[in-house]
Design a protein around this ligand. Structure first.
Ligand SMILES: [Zn+2]
Length: 222
């Protein structure tokens, strides 16, 4: 009997009033638009789930087999269509409601107990321009492959964004990703799920790669 994939959510098929929806699966019969929406929603689902629980072999298998379900309480009401005997979820919907609290929010804070004490000094030191532009950052990244701290990381450019990723072997989804835009503002994702804007990882350097070296950022994340 399928259960809601969210940690601590007890809804299953036994609860007749609460529907479970299956993870979006793009089909060959879908239009390109639909297929893309499903693909994006699928990433959103996986990111939301992995934000709260670790990806182990079982979960990986469930994802591969599309046997992942999320119950309706995690979706905005307007995305749920109600029919006489069943409910369906609007294509492209991702879970945003009643999300469980999670341990991964503490990344960068809990791993190093004295981070807060070091913060003022570090800010002072790092407020000099490290990278002047995205192209400058990319040219640095081209060399970074040989540096020990960059082991396990990779990077690529997607239009106006440079994506720096840390993947564990055997996993399709990056454990950590850093998206750097044209203005050198960066966003950190954990299993495809963006950390909130007020996360402590953004506080040291004005959230800009202009003032933060790759080495510092990788060190902060891992
Ligand atoms: Zn649920």
């Amino acid at each position: 009997m399928p259960n809601c994939a969210f940690y601590n959510c007890f809804h299953s098929r036994r609860y007749k009033d609460v529907s479970l929806f299956q993870i979006p699966v793009p089909r060959s019969s879908d239009s390109e638009f639909t297929s893309q929406r499903k693909q994006e929603a699928r990433k959103g689902w996986i990111g939301a789930i992995l934000h709260t629980i670790q990806l182990d072999a079982d979960l990986k298998k469930q994802i591969e087999n599309n046997s992942i379900y999320i119950c309706e309480i995690h979706f905005k009401d307007e995305y749920i269509e109600r029919f006489a005997k069943r409910k369906s979820l609007e294509t492209g919907s991702i879970p945003t409601e009643n999300l469980p609290k999670k341990s991964l929010d503490n990344i960068g804070a809990s791993s190093n107990a004295d981070t807060s004490r070091k913060e003022p000094a570090e800010r002072h030191v790092t407020e000099q321009v490290v990278y002047s532009s995205l192209a400058n950052l990319d040219s640095y990244l081209k060399k970074a492959g040989g540096y020990p701290y960059f082991s396990g990381w990779g990077w690529h450019r997607v239009s106006n964004t440079t994506v720096i990723e840390f993947k564990e072997s055997g996993f399709l989804i990056a454990k950590f990703s850093v998206l750097v835009d044209n203005s050198l503002k960066y966003t950190v994702l954990v299993y495809g799920w963006a950390l909130p804007d007020d996360h402590c990882i953004y506080t040291l350097d004005g959230r800009s790669m202009q003032y933060c070296s790759i080495k510092t950022l990788c060190g902060k994340i891992i």
